[in-house]
Design a protein around this ligand. Structure first.
Ligand code: SF4
Length: 382
């Protein structure tokens, strides 16, 4: 199993309680951003383009604990910035673990090996290491030669020390599905517990605007990557979210499912957009005009978005919204599918080898409306 049974049980009982309380909008994972500074400047990242005084500011451990208690999620993801640059990160993680929160501390792992001794292995703590693919692809993606080797040293050290280690991989246009599948083999061989893969978001502030995926291309790419799986591949994403990426089902975004808290407060409406901030989690829920977001809304900022922070909570909610949803999901866990698909194999075999050039800002991506409409036909939420 990709997560410990205790974690799956905690999440399932939490969601059921929200359903029994009749909460229409409930948070599932807190995206806690205690800092924005980073020791990388990835071309596809929209998080580090702040002025120096903002990059120097950190949330205190007390700020973090207050946010966690306010929204009450069973899981906390700590992105950034690079969390290992926060001087009090071990204290923050220890405090969250003491509160029995399942913590995914996202890291590029450049400092993981040297800071490992500051943390204690626990079923509540996973290092979610950012690895964007095989060596060459990862180094290009994070704009740092040698980044892959340092990250993998950190991964191996953490696995050897008994920590839970997962990986997160963000894919952009030009990704080679055969290489991504080889990357999965490498990660499993390195001893990671499970992997997460998601398309990148079209950040307006990201330096490279030319390699973001449109939805139709995302579905094609993920169908090639995630069909015909190897038995030993473990993913820590909900199986129905994985099917959403492969174009087998459709979900509307539920941005409140993974709310973001940072030095600015509660970010409206989601991890990716910044349409203002709320002082409290309740104010966030009450003040955002949620109908203005998601693919159906026609909001151009949401048109190409398929990211996990917007759509995985939708899959989990569907799971617990009906007997059918429950049964469909239960089957996926009891009888995991390898998604055998001859057409996807053909797609993979014929995928052209792409050469990605330097990551520079060129132009905003163009959405092909016809391609998008054709792709969406026949895809329905079960
Ligand atoms: S579709 Fe994407 S950008 Fe739009 S609200 Fe959802 S997560 Fe945010």
């Amino acid at each position: 199993m990709a997560v410990p049974i205790s974690q799956a049980w905690t999440v399932a009982t939490y969601v059921l309680k929200q359903k029994l309380k009749g909460r229409k909008r409930y948070p599932l994972v807190l995206m806690l951003e205690p800092l924005f500074r980073c020791n990388l400047a990835c071309a596809g990242c929209g998080k580090i383009q702040y002025p120096a005084h903002i990059l120097k500011t950190d949330l205190t451990p007390e700020d973090c604990f207050r946010a966690v208690e306010e929204c009450g999620t069973p899981m906390v993801s700590i992105p950034g910035g690079e969390p290992l640059l926060h001087p009090r990160m071990p204290e923050i993680v220890a405090g969250l673990v003491a509160r029995r929160k399942y913590v995914y501390m996202c890291t590029n792992a450049l400092l993981l090996k040297e800071k490992l001794h500051l943390f204690t292995p626990s079923k509540y703590l996973s290092f979610s290491v950012h690895v964007d693919g095989q060596r060459e692809h990862h180094d290009l993606s994070v704009c740092r030669e040698g980044g892959y080797d340092i990250a993998m040293e950190g991964v191996r050290a953490a696995v050897a020390a008994g920590f839970r280690v997962t990986t997160n991989t963000t894919l952009f246009d030009g990704a080679d599905p055969n290489s991504v599948r080889a990357h999965f083999d490498e990660m499993m061989a390195a001893g990671v517990e499970s992997m997460m893969v998601s398309p990148g978001y079209t950040y307006e502030k990201a330096p490279d605007q030319n390699h973001f995926l449109g939805k139709a291309r995302s579905r094609r790419l993920f169908r090639a990557i995630l069909s015909n799986r190897k038995k030993n591949w473990e993913f820590n994403t909900h199986p129905l979210f994985s099917e959403y990426l492969m174009g087998k089902r459709n979900f509307e975004c539920t941005p409140w499912g993974m709310p973001t808290y940072s030095i600015f407060g509660w970010q409206k409406p989601c991890y990716l957009l910044q349409d203002g901030y709320a002082d409290t989690f309740q104010e966030l829920l009450d003040s955002v005009e949620w109908e203005k977001y998601g693919a159906k809304s026609g909001n151009p900022k949401c048109a190409n978005c398929m990211v996990h922070s917007g759509h995985e909570a939708s899959a989990v909610d569907y799971n617990f919204s009906s007997l059918k949803g429950f049964w469909v999901t239960a089957k996926k866990y009891i009888f995991p599918s390898l998604y055998e698909d001859a057409d996807a194999q053909k797609l993979l075999n014929e995928w052209p080898k792409t050469q990605r050039g330097p990551l520079v800002q060129i132009a905003a991506p163009v959405v092909d409306a016809k391609e998008e409409a054709a792709e969406l036909q026949g895809v329905s939420r079960e």
